[in-house]
Unconditional design. Structure first.
Lengths: 173, 552
């Protein structure tokens, strides 16, 4: 079960969320959506996939993605934990999961990140955010609108500035 | 030089608006100092000993006269009338108020400048040869790829929260004036046997407490594939670089811990998996950027310039300035002029607002409005007619910047040290000033010849002491400032790490020690031998003997 004080947001604000975060020794409620540790997923994946309606996993930025790969087609949620605010590994993990491993379902960040980092997380493939009571949903909404053009292509396959320049040049030709 | 289009302007404006919002939230207490700190750092704002310090990016060291005037204006309105050019071609202001920062950034944005990524654990402002585009023998002007890298690294979604800061430098000539082997990534533009342009890529150089020269990870990287290769390096680093110990977080430690071979294998593997993913720049965009760096409309000048040759003959002081501060331009009849920001007894790199305006005037009148900042903390007028050099020199004399000491013993690099910096253990500036005064005699300086003294006030090595022919490191010994001496460092294509000579010296003793080292060199040098070549021939022994002999 998610911590009582925590909420889940997407880029537009709070969303309802049915995932239950389970401690490693906590039984799976049949038919529930179970969020478990990576260790538990590795140990009990057969039982988990049999009992739960959906299975999600929480990983850290230090994850070995090759180990996670076999489970990806059956996972409904991947939560990547920021060990601390300046932990930059989730950004790479998100992008790799989306672009290299083709993971398409819910990708969520949790931990000490701040609203100002959310736009970059969205661009690296995250779509939901588990946050604490002090996290400002207004600041998130404001922050994700901070930039409208980018020099780099993100997971959302935006046009880069270079591509927009080329398009403009063609229009003018 | 590069000029923003609408897209660049949009990004710059949105950055100012974002930081205005962040400052507002900080002042209201919605952001804690811990949360705000990395945000302000990525806008160049440090909290120092006495006040906020702002580091403004001078991308690859290129400035226009208009930008220089704006920098002067900012010094007057937002600071105490002066600023400081740094060892990374940037400029710093020392007395900034947080609440004025948003307006200050808006003023910078109005002249296409910013403080983006001049601090923080991100890709820092890219540096390049300060003679780029003017010097003979370049494969390509390194500012082209530097601007490509500036845009690619600006607010990169994946690589803005790296384990530690990340510095990239580029040189386009055989002679390396950008110290590429001392950077996290060094790029040397080269041409292969098939006459294609590409890069020799170095990774994992760095100073700090563990000085390391970079590893050559690729002899030739084809030019069109640069950005995907940079992303591969950064992804390996972002995922696997250490985050548990700030002193072991630079990429040099990852290269060392994995071993160069394993590091290269991981980068190549990552690159193979991602090189087709559309990260590389479209060639048309590279060509678009390259056009901004074409030579200005120079006149065709044939044969020796009589006025210039005569002036040298008639004025010895001018001839001395030409000998040290003027380099040949690739166009006949033109020259590259170095403006020394190292007047005798001055603070290396410091410049007052009026001096900035005067330099802007000179650039407009004599150098197609172009100015460069060098990592040696000097300025450069890159495209001056030889016939105008005498007038330039006279004008520089009026603002106190006509010293004929570029590359000589008083052309000292020094970090701000304990006079300003919250990290420093010792003062750097007064040591630089006293060495400068000791060697004030210009004839003596010219006799000593090429010599780089570099001073850092702490082990973080912002004064590049590891790369100094003579390096000085300030340390704190039981509350006293002490100075260690290293010899034999170099930052050019023959890069090497200076070696510690022996026990440190007191603040009074360090100047005598430097003089003894230099006198020892003068005694033992062979004809035409510079300090560094002599040191490499004889090693540390004669210097040790002279400094410590009696004690041992």
């Amino acid at each position: 079960m998610a911590l009582n004080s925590s909420r889940v947001l997407d880029r537009n604000g709070p969303i309802t969320d049915g995932w239950q975060r389970l401690a490693d020794d906590e039984a799976v409620k049949t038919g529930a959506s179970a969020l478990v540790s990576f260790q538990r997923l590795k140990n009990e994946h057969n039982a988990l996939f049999a009992e739960a309606a959906a299975v999600g996993v929480e990983i850290g930025g230090d994850v070995t993605l090759e180990e996670l790969e076999p489970f990806l087609p059956r996972l409904g949620l991947i939560v990547v934990r920021f060990a601390f605010m300046r932990d930059g590994r989730p950004f790479s993990v998100g992008r790799l999961l989306r672009e290299r491993y083709g993971y398409t379902r819910d990708l969520r960040a949790v931990g000490d990140f701040i609203p100002d980092q959310v736009l970059f997380l969205l661009r690296c493939g995250f779509n939901s955010f588990e946050v604490g009571p002090n996290f400002s949903a207004d600041a998130l909404k404001h922050g994700v609108a901070a930039y409208t053009v980018w020099y780099q292509r993100g997971v959302e396959r935006n046009q880069t500035v270079a591509e927009m320049r080329l398009g403009k040049a063609k229009e003018q030709a | 030089m590069y000029i923003y289009d609408d897209f660049d302007h949009t990004v710059a404006q949105q950055r100012v608006a974002e930081f205005r919002d962040q400052v507002g939230r900080r002042l209201k207490g919605e952001l804690s100092e811990e949360q705000f700190r990395p945000l302000r750092l990525m806008n160049g704002l440090y909290l120092q000993l006495h006040a906020y310090m702002l580091r403004v990016a001078v991308p690859y060291g290129t400035l226009s006269a208009t930008q220089m005037r704006k920098l002067a204006h900012i010094a007057r309105v937002y600071d105490r009338g002066y600023a400081h050019f740094t060892t990374r071609q940037n400029i710093q202001y020392n007395w900034i108020k947080l609440e004025e920062m948003p307006d200050l950034l808006a003023e910078l944005a109005s002249v296409q400048m910013h403080g983006n990524q001049t601090s923080g654990n991100c890709v820092r402002n890219v540096t390049a040869d300060h003679f780029s585009g003017a010097i003979e023998g370049e494969v390509e002007d390194p500012r082209i790829v530097s601007e490509v890298i500036r845009q690619w690294s600006t607010f990169h979604p994946e690589f803005s929260w790296l384990p530690r800061k990340f510095k990239i430098a580029v040189t386009g000539a055989e002679k390396d004036r950008a110290a590429v082997q001392w950077h996290d990534i060094g790029l040397h533009i080269v041409r292969n046997d098939a006459d294609e342009v590409g890069y020799t890529v170095y990774v994992g150089g760095g100073m700090g407490r563990i000085p390391v020269l970079a590893t050559k990870v690729r002899a030739f990287l084809p030019k069109p594939e640069l950005l995907s290769y940079l992303e591969a390096i950064l992804r390996v680093y972002n995922r696997h670089g250490r985050r548990d110990n700030i002193h072991k977080a630079r990429i040099k430690i990852l290269v060392r811990d994995l071993g160069p071979e394993e590091f290269i294998r991981q980068v190549e593997e990552e690159w193979e998996a991602s090189r087709q993913s559309g990260v590389n720049l479209p060639p048309q965009e590279e060509m678009r950027i390259a056009r901004y760096f074409e030579l200005p409309p120079l006149e065709k000048i044939a044969g020796p310039v009589a006025a210039f040759e005569d002036a040298k003959k008639q004025n010895r002081a001018f001839a001395q300035w030409v000998a040290t501060n003027v380099h040949p331009h690739k166009a006949p009849g033109y020259a590259i002029a170095t403006i020394s920001l190292k007047p005798i007894g001055g603070i290396p790199g410091d410049i007052a607002a009026d001096q900035m305006d005067a330099v802007a005037d000179l650039a407009e009148r004599y150098s197609f409005s172009e100015i460069r900042a060098s990592h040696i903390q000097n300025l450069v007028l890159p495209h001056v007619k030889q016939a105008d050099l005498f007038a330039v020199w006279q004008a520089l004399g009026k603002i106190g910047f006509a010293d004929a000491n570029a590359g000589l013993v008083t052309d000292i690099i020094a970090c701000p040290g304990l006079d300003y910096c919250s990290l420093a253990n010792a003062r750097s500036i007064p040591v630089a000033q006293r060495i400068s005064e000791r060697f004030a005699d210009l004839d003596r300086q010219h006799k000593i010849g090429e010599l780089q003294i570099k001073i850092s006030g702490c082990i973080n090595a912002c004064g590049h002491h590891h790369a100094g022919h003579i390096g000085i490191l300030g340390v704190d010994k039981a509350g006293q400032e002490f100075y260690q001496l290293t010899l034999g460092g170099a930052g050019d294509e023959t890069a090497s790490t200076g070696q510690l000579l022996g026990p440190g010296f007191s603040s009074d003793g360090i100047v005598d020690a430097v003089e003894k080292v230099i006198d020892t060199y003068l005694d033992l040098r062979q004809p035409a031998e510079t300090f560094i070549t002599a040191y490499r021939r004889v090693g540390p022994a004669p210097f040790k003997e002279k400094l410590y002999g009696a004690k041992q």
